[in-house]
Design a binder for this molecule. Structure first.
Ligand SMILES: [Zn+2]
Ligand SMILES: [Zn+2]
Length: 495
């Protein structure tokens, strides 16, 4: 008995200490809620939303990806001019494209080596990174806030910039790593705003990051942190372009090049159709093709891939998430012949795991909706993809992603193809676009997939109808279906 009485003051003290320690936390939690009608929005940006720099903010700052810093490129390449001349001479002398490319490599390597990753996917150059925004957008300026895209800007103006978070990242990082970071940002947004749930707008490659997050983190947790989720121009099913890239299918497609260029002619300043009719340009392309320009370019790229490009880019693990699943095994075999070396197995295991997540994304998104999370997909449709890929030509894309993949496998007629006579699956209501070229009845989520024609990949400008629509979807419109709002039908043409 005595012992107990002896202990009581100690116990009391411990209890008091515990209470005083936990009391502020208990009191603070409800206080932190701003009580507004909205929720925090997290915009998961796409591939290359912010450029990769070397020595960012330092004296020697230079953009290393995308390779747009012309002064830097010219300076680097010019310094290596003797190599180029030697390579050119060797190439001509031996009539060998490989010799030419080998001669060129010393000039090109300094441009790309900062982007090199290890065989396990690790980033090697600590001086290379991109601008990231770990805090809410209240902490950043107007220019950075543009990364939230039109719908995020409207969200910021409606609920305050402390309710908008934007995730940008180095595309070479793996999606599982990025998924964890997204999970951390969601918890931070909840804690800072006091709201119990968040909305998410995942753009382009951001949809692949989201897929990994949903499968690995959110589903085991019952999707409790999520309110509404909208995918914009999503890379959740990959894109032919990256499928081509990772199978060595970069090539100049003469027809696609011609189509793209003549399509752009009327937009060029000072272009007068009567003075320079499109057939003149067609004749020019035809001539270039006939003298072997196309074939020469393709041989050049082929050598470049075998001698350098493939072994550089295959360790950029984030980009693998953009390989469509029907191309994955071919891409894996192309980049890692004989199943890869021992030091590559850890990376390959992660790539395989994501390929499985992409394959099963329909299931996890269905489970998410069953857990009462709102969901919608917005796919843009512009025309042909960039004409330097094998798949370019007839495939309908938003320039970067095939409409077929972005929409989660709607049936899409070729650019030159005949419209569909009827939709493939009878829903008892229509899912065929007015021009008959898109059949949404086969899409993963036909009631939740919206199409906008006439805009390219990232075109969600403030105040324009696409971002207005995404804002409406994020605000709860995605809880209805493609027939619930006459202002936003399943198919619209952007004027
Ligand atoms: Zn609030
Ligand atoms: Zn339906």
């Amino acid at each position: 008995m005595k012992n107990i009485f002896k202990r009581v003051p100690g116990l009391m003290l411990a209890l008091v200490l515990m209470m005083t320690a936990t009391l502020p936390a208990v009191l603070a939690a409800p206080d932190k809620s701003c009580g507004c009608d909205g929720l925090p929005l997290i915009v998961v940006q796409g591939f290359g939303a912010t450029a990769l720099y070397k020595d960012r903010g330092g004296e020697k700052e230079v953009i290393v990806f995308p390779p747009t810093d012309i002064t830097h490129i010219l300076k680097t390449v010019a310094g290596k001019a003797p190599y180029i001349i030697y390579g050119l001479a060797r190439g001509i002398q031996k009539n060998s494209m490989d010799s030419f490319v080998r001669g060129l490599l010393p000039a090109v390597k300094p441009l790309f080596e900062p982007l090199r990753c290890g065989a396990d996917g690790a980033l090697l150059d600590p001086l290379v990174d991109c601008a990231v925004f770990p805090e809410s957008m209240a902490h950043y300026g107007e220019e950075d806030r543009g990364l939230a895209m039109g719908h995020g800007i409207k969200h910021g103006e409606t609920y305050g910039w402390d309710h908008v978070y934007v995730m940008t990242y180095d595309f070479r990082r793996g999606v599982f790593d990025l998924a964890e970071e997204l999970g951390g940002m969601i918890q931070k947004a909840k804690a800072e705003t006091g709201h119990a749930k968040v909305n998410i707008a995942a753009h382009s490659m951001g949809a692949a990051v989201l897929s990994a997050y949903l499968a690995e983190i959110a589903e085991p947790d019952g999707f409790g942190d999520l309110n509404n989720v909208v995918l914009t121009s999503p890379g959740w099913q990959g894109t032919s372009m990256i499928g081509d890239l990772f199978t060595g299918g970069v090539e100049l497609n003469y027809k696609a090049f011609q189509r793209l260029f003549t399509g752009m002619l009327p937009e060029l300043p000072g272009f007068v159709p009567e003075k320079a009719p499109a057939y003149l340009f067609n004749a020019l392309f035809w001539g270039l093709d006939r003298v072997g320009f196309t074939a020469g370019f393709n041989r050049f790229v082929d050598s470049g891939f075998r001698l350098y490009i493939r072994d550089m880019m295959k360790y950029w693990q984030g980009m693998w998430a953009l390989v469509p699943r029907e191309r994955y095994q071919a891409a894996r075999a192309f980049c890692f012949p004989d199943g890869g070396g021992p030091e590559e197995q850890a990376l390959l295991a992660r790539l395989d795991r994501y390929a499985e997540i992409q394959e099963n994304s329909r299931l996890v998104l269905q489970a998410m909706q069953d857990a009462d999370v709102g969901f919608a997909v917005v796919a843009l449709n512009y025309g042909p993809m960039l004409p330097i890929f094998r798949s370019a030509g007839l495939v309908v894309t938003d320039r970067l992603i095939d409409l077929k993949y972005a929409s989660g496998f709607a049936r899409v007629a070729d650019l030159d193809g005949a419209p569909f006579a009827a939709q493939e699956i009878d829903h008892g209501h229509g899912h065929l676009s007015p021009d008959g070229k898109i059949d949404a009845s086969t899409a993963y989520f036909p009631e939740k997939t919206w199409f906008i024609e006439g805009l390219d990949h990232s075109n969600y400008a403030p105040g324009e109808s696409p971002s207005e629509m995404v804002f409406w979807l994020l605000e709860g419109g995605c809880r209805g279906d493609v027939r619930s709002n006459g202002q936003y039908p399943q198919f619209t043409v952007y004027e």
